[in-house]
Design a protein around this ligand. Structure first.
Ligand code: NAP
Ligand code: ZN
Length: 387
């Protein structure tokens, strides 16, 4: 007997796409509130024109604002509380987050913490009052899809990893997508963030929560990202981000929000959980960690569900997992050193993550250990030398 189809689909974020879409739709800000907190990283929003466009739009509709530009990469819990304090002190009633995933994730936590008192020990509990500030998001990297997800991922020192606040309250109200802000994104960040988006789409297909709609979005997102791979390889060779034509930048930004819509429905898998240790302990960029690990998880899945990996490889137009690994090697270069002792530590931490339950092929701690080993150790240093 086949199972009948059951799933939920919820995506409340309004999406506005196109060149100059912020200044051309400034009226939307009027619907969000009377005073804004603009949340950014230290530099990029000031350099790529996004913060200026937001300020121009706010000025044109007479909305005052305050700026919080202290969000670091992989934002900390204390950064979110600091931003929320500023929001309360200045009586702002909506948040505009501009940047990569870091300012956007911090912006979500700030929107929550500014509207209700949540003690730090309850921050990841999911038990909140139904109150949050409205949010307008402007992604300036093409990778995380945070502009359309209900997750805010923060560095959690107590758990020695990154932990997500997951709540429907955190879906941004509106996302403005203008690829012109990504034109000067450095080659390495372009590649790492594109691989993050690719990983979201692939992991969404590898999730027990995958559905007809999330798979449709995932396949198209994968196809669009793979279509930009030749530009990425060329940019690596030339060392210049200028190789990308604006159409390709648009494609990456669209593919990234579509992949965000995939994980909003299906969640991520063990690949993200494993990557959080690499970021927490070794400061390896988020998107890069996924590229370093995804291939070996695909190999594990292939053993019991070859038709599933077959569908993913087909969307990538690749013949096998070895070709995928070759591509990752070309895009990511030399892998970092990770010791056998570190692998044992990270494997234990990984098993405590929520995303393990999402995996269509659920890995044991031994499997996770083996994925780490195969991703980082020469065959001579692996504890299990078969295969
Ligand atoms: P990021 O940490 O937001 O930014 C990386 C770097 O890129 C920063 O130095 C930033 O500078 C710079 N940058 C951003 N936009 C730029 C532009 N247009 N031109 C030049 N430089 C630019 O990196 P990210 O990969 O986008 O985000 C990673 C974070 O997102 C991680 O914390 C990850 O856990 C999270 N994430 C969240 C979700 C979700 O669903 N919520 C999904 C995946 C990942 P500034 O600091 O000066 O801005
Ligand atoms: Zn990610």
């Amino acid at each position: 007997m086949t199972n009948s189809v059951t799933y939920k689909y919820y995506m409340p974020t309004r999406i506005v796409i196109g060149k100059d879409c912020i200044t051309q739709n400034s009226d939307i800000f009027r619907t969000l509130g009377k005073k804004a907190l603009i949340v950014t990283g230290a530099h990029s929003a000031k350099r790529n024109g996004s913060e200026k466009d937001v300020k121009t739009a706010l000025d044109s509709v007479g909305i005052p604002y305050q700026v919080f530009d202290k969000v670091m990469s992989n934002p900390t819990i204390s950064c979110a509380y600091e931003g929320a304090k500023l929001a309360r002190e200045n009586d702002v009633d909506f948040i505009i987050a501009i940047g990569g995933g870091s300012p956007m994730d911090a912006g979500k936590a700030i929107a929550l913490l500014a509207s209700q008192d949540i003690a730090e020990e309850n921050l990841f509990s999911g038990n909140y009052e139904k109150k949050v500030l409205s949010m307008a998001f402007v992604p300036t990297t093409a990778g995380t899809g945070s502009e359309v997800t209900q997750y805010s991922i923060l560095t959690n020192d107590k758990a020695q990893t990154k932990t997500s606040i997951a709540s429907d309250l955190l879906f941004p109200t509106v996302a403005f997508l203008d690829a012109k802000y990504t034109e000067k994104l450095p080659v390495e960040t372009t590649i790492n963030t594109a691989i993050d988006a690719l990983s979201h789409a692939v992991e969404g297909m590898l999730s027990v929560r995958a559905s007809t709609i999330s798979n449709a979005l995932a396949s198209e997102s994968i196809r669009m990202i793979m279509n930009c791979v030749p530009d990425m390889l060329q940019a690596l060779q030339s060392g210049s981000e200028g190789i990308f034509n604006p159409k390709k930048r648009e494609q990456l930004l669209e593919a990234s929000y579509m992949a965000g819509m995939v994980i909003a429905q299906a969640g991520t898998t063990v690949v993200h959980s494993m990557g959080y240790s690499l970021t927490y302990f070794k400061d390896i960029d988020h998107g890069r960690t996924n590229g370093l690990l995804l291939g070996e998880y695909l190999r594990l899945v292939e053993k019991s569900q070859p038709e599933l990996t077959g569908r993913i490889l087909k969307a990538m137009e690749l013949s096998d997992i070895d070709s995928f690994q070759e591509l990752m090697r070309a895009l990511l270069g030399r892998r970092e050193d990770v010791s056998p002792e570190e692998i044992t530590q990270y494997s234990k931490i990984t098993m405590r993550a929520k995303n393990i339950a999402n995996c269509a092929v659920r890995p044991t701690e031994e499997d996770v250990h083996e994925i780490f080993e195969r991703s980082f150790l020469d065959s001579s240093r692996r504890s299990r030398k078969k295969g």
